[in-house]
Ligand binder design. Structure first.
Ligand SMILES: C[S@@+](CC[C@H](N)C(=O)[O-])C[C@H]1O[C@@H](n2cnc3c(N)ncnc32)[C@H](O)[C@@H]1O
Length: 445
């Protein structure tokens, strides 16, 4: 095989694999975090893998804007059975708009994928749409960007919910949702100080800095394979966003305290609670999904920490509670995950407005069921990685109104929004952090 042919096959393969991953996510509704590693596993070349990854994430991130552009160019939507051709057009548009790929290569290599799909009729169509876009790019984008849901590539319901919840900040939030999140680590302070870890990173040429608001946090300048970083094997650090790192810092776990981590897997916050108490807090980690619990057990093992744990439903304490009251409870509730869209752009297309109502009910039911397991004078920290007020401040307001023994302990958390209703809201992107919500509740004596 000549070198030229080899190269051509490589380029073709990247776009074809990218298409397959996008289809799995959009058509089959599978998560990107599952589909992407599976799809990328077949690449041995790092550059090829990175190119494909960027192409997939970008096409999914900008799906609604690209789809609106496609609708300008091809008025009649393709049939459902030809969603592969539709996604291929979006992949082509993404390269032209957002990547460094020369336009002629973006068109020819994208068109070449049609052969693999055994739909020869689509070759001229894909070619024509992409060439027409190159010709009229500016005018088409101007027209598409008149509608905010298209401009910022969000589903209409989510755009409306954000505008209603955040009359001042909705554009900032949608923009941040389309940005690439930094890789943030949390130092295991039982094993090393943050300064010592930064020095070790520096010694191997990794650019990193102390997180501006998370005391154990480190931000890496560039994304990297974390398993290759110093102290990974020994459990010297974990990957965790700066906003998520606030949970254990707010709860301030102490030696001997009985702490329930009610929705615990994969254990990011369980392990942080243990690290901050020098592995001395008596943490009980509960999780409903058995397969996720396995990851929690692996993380405890790698970080050399100890917690008791069980698979169970937090809304049914009779199944798992030994009747001994907890000093503190962390409820990191199942939620819409609308605060972490920049890391998981598929959330925009998988989540529906109806899901939010269901989630609000589940969160309320868990909260109500856990409250009796908390000691008088004890604290419950409610957390979500959502930015939707129904799951956050309004959920807290409802709870306080229905539960006379509950009061709010106001928190001072840098860069958060506060409201007339309870809790602190992190917005995505501010200080490099994810969108997150915290509300600390206290039970009266
Ligand atoms: C936001 S995630 C937790 C992340 C975790 N706290 C961390 O920091 O690594 C929410 C978890 O709650 C679990 N979950 C959902 N419903 C639950 C229930 N009724 N009882 C217990 N866990 C539940 C989900 O499987 C999921 O693992």
């Amino acid at each position: 095989m000549s070198h030229a042919t080899e190269n051509k096959q490589t380029v073709l393969n990247s776009r074809f694999i990218a298409l397959k991953i996008c289809l799995t996510v959009i058509e089959s509704g599978r998560s990107l975090s599952q589909s992407l590693p599976e799809g990328l596993a077949q690449f041995s070349d790092r550059r090829e893998r990175n190119f494909t990854q960027n192409l997939v994430i970008g096409t999914l991130r900008w799906q609604a804007r690209l789809e609106a552009i496609r609708a300008q160019l091809l008025k009649k939507k393709l049939k459902d059975k030809d969603e592969d051709i539709n996604q291929l057009i979006l992949i082509g548009l993404y390269q032209i708009l957002y990547m460094d790929t020369p336009e002629h290569a973006a068109v020819s290599e994208t068109v070449a994928v049609v052969q693999k799909l055994k739909k020869p009729w689509a070759k001229a169509l894909v070619n024509g749409v992409l060439r027409n876009f190159i010709r009229d790019q500016q005018a088409i984008c101007d027209e598409v960007d008149l509608k905010p849901a298209q401009k910022y590539s969000h589903p209409q319901w989510l755009f409306k919910a954000l505008r209603k919840g955040y009359p001042e900040e909705w554009q900032e939030i949608m923009q941040a949702n389309n940005e690439i999140a930094p890789l943030t680590l949390r130092v295991n302070t039982i094993q090393q100080t943050r300064e010592a870890f930064l020095e070790k990173l520096n010694n191997v040429g990794i650019q990193a800095s102390a997180h501006p608001t998370a005391p154990q946090g480190v931000i890496l300048e560039n994304s990297t394979d974390i398993t290759q970083l110093p102290t990974y094997e020994e459990g010297g650090f974990s990957v965790q966003d700066g906003a998520a790192q606030q949970a254990a810092n707010i709860l301030q776990p102490k030696a001997g305290e009985r702490i329930l981590d009610a929705c615990a897997a994969p254990g990011g916050k369980t392990t942080h609670l243990l690290e901050l108490s020098n592995n001395q807090a008596l943490v009980f980690a509960l999780e409903k999904a058995p397969e996720r619990m396995e990851r929690l057990a692996e993380n405890l093992h790698r970080l050399e920490l100890h917690a008791d744990y069980a698979v169970g439903d937090a809304s049914i304490p009779d199944e798992w509670w030994d009747q001994q009251l907890f000093d503190k409870i962390l409820l990191d509730a199942p939620c819409s995950a609308t605060g972490i869209i920049r890391r998981h752009p598929d959330i925009k297309w998988h989540r529906t407005e109806e899901d939010i109502e269901t989630l609000v009910e589940i969160q309320g039911a868990i909260l109500k069921a856990l409250w009796p397991t908390l000691k008088p004078g004890g604290q419950l920290l409610y957390a979500t990685c959502s930015v939707l007020p129904q799951e956050n401040t309004l959920q807290m307001q409802n709870f306080i109104e229905s539960e006379p023994s509950a009061s709010v302990i106001p928190l001072t958390l840098e860069t958060t929004l506060t409201f007339e209703t309870p809790g602190n809201q992190y917005l995505p992107g501010r200080s490099g952090m994810d969108g997150f919500f915290y509300c600390l509740l206290q039970k009266s004596l």
